[in-house]
Design a protein around this ligand. Sequence first.
Ligand SMILES: [Ca+2]
Ligand SMILES: [Ca+2]
Length: 166
Amino acid sequence: MADVAKLEWNPGLPATDLTHYEVSWGTTPGTYSKSEKTNCLFCPAPVSPDLVERHCLGSVPRGQTFYFAVQAANIAGLSGYSNEVFKTMSPATNPLGNIEVTGFSANRIDGYDLIALGEKFGASVITNCASDSYYDVNAEKADINYDGRVDAADLVVLAANFGRSS
Ligand SMILES: [Ca+2]
Ligand SMILES: [Ca+2]
């Protein structure tokens, strides 16, 4: 099962001179080990508290609970953290590279899996954060190492397990 994270929030008002937001996350409440700058739809001065900013993460490790918070940024620096939210990411389902799990290829890593990876080679897992279908399901399956992209690193994992049963 695919699993990626999508965060949505409202701008804190009044706000002027906003440059961007920063999304932070970690495995311990209140302690954030990673962060990412976001696009800002309504910077520098959002006019309504009902506006929705969003950020999608395609490279959150699987099988753990992560805690997320957002900061607003302007020239002076970062604001305090927003309220914290959390999500338990679903477990890694295909660490060996068993992307295609139907028919002859259901329980083994073989040419069907190679084809499935090839079809999404170069693709990003997150496609359009503004959409309800914000990620590419087939790219997510082919992103064996869960770094958000389908590339040579995933192919290396698949090749190392080629011929194995999963
Ligand atoms: Ca397979
Ligand atoms: Ca990858």
